[in-house]
Write a protein that binds this ligand. Structure first.
Ligand code: C5P
Length: 479
């Protein structure tokens, strides 16, 4: 008779079996036997929980605590008097929207109880490497990997020695050995232990292994009349160090710079219900606004009518026509960098109807077109308020580079982002773009000396990030 290897089953089935077997206090093999027996007896196991995310009410014993996209920390509490500070650390981490799952060593339980850690973390607490409730599916591996950071506080001399040597004879050391996440230690011990040659060697080794450390600090010890280096850092300091590892500060090369961006099409009214428009989605301009904001800039985005949400932290001004757009752009000056990504309508109707135009026997109403103001050219040619870096876009369907070079000269801008918008490219309204960045250093440069940098096909977000990086480099060079 054929045998069945549970390891080779689908992940969803394995996860369902683990849940069921843990709940029923059986091994996975026993659970499979029960399911098969029930099936043969005519009462098959429910299968809905294999696929329905809402079906299983119980989570695997050590399923990742992170359910709302929050960062999560596995907090290993070692055995030392400083363990009481780790109770506050749980609160400090949770205040920072970090999920915490605690592991208490045997020695830690002499100082604090699993119940307090569980009450503060709102999670089950883990204490035993051989706990059938969590080890039925190698829970220590999950505790080591299904988090964003492991914090050890207090990190005792013994725990650090075990780590440095690679021991794994209890839950805490097994997690630390199996970890593929960053680890932050908050050492706490008697000053003599901290200064002992063995601890010095272990600290050095752990630092070499890429382990983060905070503290210990100097101060009074729990032992009477003893002072020196060995006090665990305060909970608030450890929480700040954890946040620093979880969310490293992003570089903000455009901090303090004002960036003005136009995006989207414009709508030019024919009458109260009709307008001239184009197919621009505004995606590229919005992506640039988001990237500039992420780089620390103070961003104003003047957008024509688009179906896009305001990028976070960006001052968005919604307009309809080219003339509205120009007014709002002028009002938003001065700026350090201006990027004109809008597909502004070249023409508007001179004789806009006050009422809806009617079909008449006389034939089609004559629509007289007049040219719209050119926002890019107007701003590029300003005397006083011209932003130091003005960037235009050239959306072309033929002779892309030559037309873009001529446009730099005609409009007086510094750079042009040229893109082919022939229908076959899918750029208009699509999510990807193939661009060529044309740059000139100084206005007196001849068209032949304009540099052309051709980028591979990228998403509009990637184009935005790349463009903002180039801008940041230039700003840095010129400052
Ligand atoms: O002349 P063309 O429309 O091809 O030029 C494109 C560049 O000029 C884009 O940067 C666009 O935002 C800008 N433009 C403008 N005002 C107009 C027409 C174009 O700012 N009326």
């Amino acid at each position: 008779m054929a045998s069945l290897t549970i390891r080779k089953l689908d992940d969803a089935i394995k996860s369902y079996l683990r849940l069921r077997s843990a709940k029923n206090g059986r091994s996975v093999e026993e659970e499979v036997r029960v399911i098969l027996r029930d099936y043969c007896e005519g009462s098959p196991a429910p299968t809905a929980s294999l696929t329905s995310p809402s079906a299983p009410t119980e989570r695997p014993a050590v399923e990742r605590a992170n359910t709302a996209g929050q960062a999560s920390v596995t907090l290993i509490i070692g055995g030392g008097i400083a363990a009481f500070k780790s109770m506050e650390l749980i609160r400090r981490l949770k205040e920072r929207h970090i999920d915490v799952r605690c592991v208490l060593t045997k020695a830690a339980q002499q100082f604090v109880t699993p119940l307090s850690a569980s009450a503060l973390s709102h999670e089950r607490v883990y204490t035993d490497l051989f706990d059938p409730g969590s080890e039925f599916d190698a829970g220590h591996i999950r505790l080591a990997r299904e988090c964003d950071l492991i914090v050890v506080a207090p990190a005792t001399a013994d725990l650090m020695a075990k780590m440095a040597q690679g021991h794994a004879d209890d839950l805490a050391s097994a997690i630390l050995l199996a970890a593929d996440r960053p680890i932050l230690l908050a050492p706490a011990m008697n000053p003599l232990m901290w200064n002992n040659a063995a601890t010095r060697r272990n600290v050095l080794q752990l630092r070499r292994d890429g382990i983060h450390m905070i503290g210990p600090s100097a101060g009074e010890m729990a032992e009477s009349n003893e002072a020196g280096i060995g006090r665990m850092s305060e909970a608030i300091e450890i929480a700040a160090a954890a946040v620093g590892i979880l969310r490293p500060p992003r570089p903000r090369p455009l901090a303090g710079k004002r960036v003005l961006i136009t995006a989207g099409p414009t709508h030019e009214a024919i009458d109260p219900v009709r307008y001239i428009a184009n197919r621009s989605s505004g995606k590229q301009g919005f992506a640039i606004a988001a990237a500039a904001q992420a780089a620390g800039a103070d961003v104003t985005l003047v957008s024509g009518p688009v179906e896009l949400r305001d990028p976070a932290g960006v001052n968005v001004i919604r307009v309809e026509s080219a003339r509205d757009m120009l007014h709002r752009v002028e009002a938003a000056l001065p700026a350090d960098i201006a990027i004109f990504a809008a597909a502004v309508a070249d023409w508007r109707v001179a004789n806009e109807g006050e009422q809806k135009l009617k079909k008449t026997a006389a034939g089609m109403p004559p629509l007289q077109l007049v040219e719209n103001p050119d926002i890019l050219a107007t701003i590029s040619k300003l005397k006083d308020k011209r932003p130091p870096l003005v960037i235009g876009f050239a959306a072309e369907t033929e002779n892309l580079i030559d037309n873009a070079k001529a446009k730099i000269a005609r409009k007086g801008c510094d750079w042009i982002v040229a893109n082919d918008v022939s229908p076959a490219t899918g750029v208009m309204g699509g999510d990807r773009n193939t661009v060529h960045l044309l740059t000139r250093d100084g206005k007196d440069i001849s068209v032949d000396d304009i540099k052309v940098d051709s980028w591979p096909v990228m998403t509009k977000e990637q184009v935005a990030t790349e463009l903002v990086a180039k801008i940041a480099k230039t700003v840095e060079k010129n400052s």
